[in-house]
Design a protein around this ligand. Structure first.
Ligand SMILES: NC(=O)c1ccc[n+]([C@@H]2O[C@H](COP(=O)([O-])OP(=O)(O)OC[C@H]3O[C@@H](n4cnc5c(N)ncnc54)[C@H](OP(=O)(O)O)[C@@H]3O)[C@@H](O)[C@H]2O)c1
Length: 336
């Protein structure tokens, strides 16, 4: 294992690598992925000292968990802190149902049973609802998670895309390790009320979309073709004038990166990690070259002067377009 630093995910959470790996794109939503390369990337991450690996039961409708299960069997269990989300409902053609998220107490136990089997493990490190369902009180979902924690099937309880009020209500029921939420130079929403609540309650933040789903990576261009099932084909920030405006911000960030002798992706990831000791960026690398580029961000220290330069290049609120299409924005308790 290398010297990748560790951070504790909140007062009650596990110790994890300063950068985690999100496996979603290995099964879903970002176009075709190479399975052998995905497995090699997961192993390379663990070899490099990454222990936090994020998935969901609905990524590839179970495919992503089976992929991680394969890697779990080839490693020592304690080398990985596996974070699993549940609640979204899929369709056989690879789509998502418009039906509300399935996060009732009954669903928690049912989904967990299937996830444990697919992963081939007898416990999940962090288990969390992917979105809340306004018809199901957060206390019901977290109460069921607490039962599963007390029974030993999960080690920690997490949340995803929740606002400050729901965080407080959940934390009154059970200790919460971390909230997973989109946070990047282009998505600064958590700074207003969510980050202060997390700090106050001793809860960590696992940040996804730190590269704004590739837009902020320095590898994106306006002529990149997107297939119909690619999430980005329907994401406002990747369309027309929004895309052109966002790529101008990426160019400005690229100039800062050049001065630092780093890549645009590395500066974007290091910026998220620099926002607080309780924050852990998840990178969506699904190839070893992208992983190596991302992990080098852990060695990039951004001083105050550089942070100010980055803020001038990509000011808060400068992103053009919403981070999700309107129907998906409506599902976000964090945006209410
Ligand atoms: N809680 C939630 O609601 C939620 C939502 C979305 C995601 N997540 C989790 O967060 C993880 C990360 O999110 P994300 O995949 O959207 O994050 P991301 O890191 O912002 O985006 C990943 C995309 O960036 C591209 N990329 C370009 N350069 C890269 C580099 N150096 N390193 C890594 N990727 C690079 C990848 O493209 P190529 O592969 O084509 O190179 C990939 O398409 C997911 O895997 C998932 O586990 C959670």
């Amino acid at each position: 294992m290398t010297g990748l630093r560790r951070r504790r995910l909140g007062a009650s959470g596990p110790e994890v690598s300063v950068i985690g790996l999100g496996a979603m794109g290995m099964s879903d939503l970002y176009g075709p992925a190479d399975e052998a390369e995905s497995v090699a990337t997961l192993h390379a991450a663990i070899d490099a000292g990454v222990n936090l690996v994020d998935t969901a039961d609905f990524y590839g409708s179970g495919h992503n968990e089976m992929l991680i299960g394969r890697v779990l069997r080839e490693r020592r269990r304690e080398e990985m802190v596996v974070s699993v989300k549940f609640g979204a409902r899929r369709t056989p053609d690879g789509g998502f149902q418009a039906a509300p998220y399935d996060v009732s107490a009954a669903a928690v136990k049912d989904r967990l049973a299937y996830s444990l089997r697919r992963l081939g493990t007898d416990y999940i490190d962090i288990y969390r609802p992917s979105r809340l369902n306004p018809q199901v009180p957060v206390e019901e979902t977290v109460g069921a998670l607490l039962d599963m924690q007390q029974a030993g099937y999960i080690r920690h309880i997490g949340l995803s895309e929740v606002g400050a009020d729901s965080i407080r209500r959940a934390a009154a029921v059970a200790p919460i390790s971390d909230v997973q939420i989109e946070y990047s130079l282009l998505s600064r929403g958590p700074e207003a009320t969510i980050l202060p609540a997390l700090r106050e309650l001793g809860i960590g933040l696992t940040a996804y979309g730190v590269l704004s789903r590739g837009l902020l990576s320095g590898h994106w261009s306006a002529d990149r073709e997107l297939t119909g099932t690619d999430f980005r084909a329907n994401s406002p920030r990747f369309q027309g004038e929004h895309l052109a405006a966002n790529l101008r911000l990426v160019d400005a960030l690229g100039r800062v990166a050049q001065r630092l002798g780093a890549t645009t992706s590395q500066v974007a990831i290091a910026w998220v990690a620099a926002q607080g000791e309780q924050i852990v960026p998840l990178v969506g690398a699904r190839r070893r070259d992208r992983l190596a580029e991302s992990l080098a961000a852990a060695d990039l220290t951004l001083d105050q002067e550089t942070l100010e330069e980055i803020e001038r290049a990509v000011p808060a609120g400068a992103a053009s377009g919403q981070r999700y299409a309107a129907p998906m924005m409506d599902l976000l308790d964090s945006e209410k």
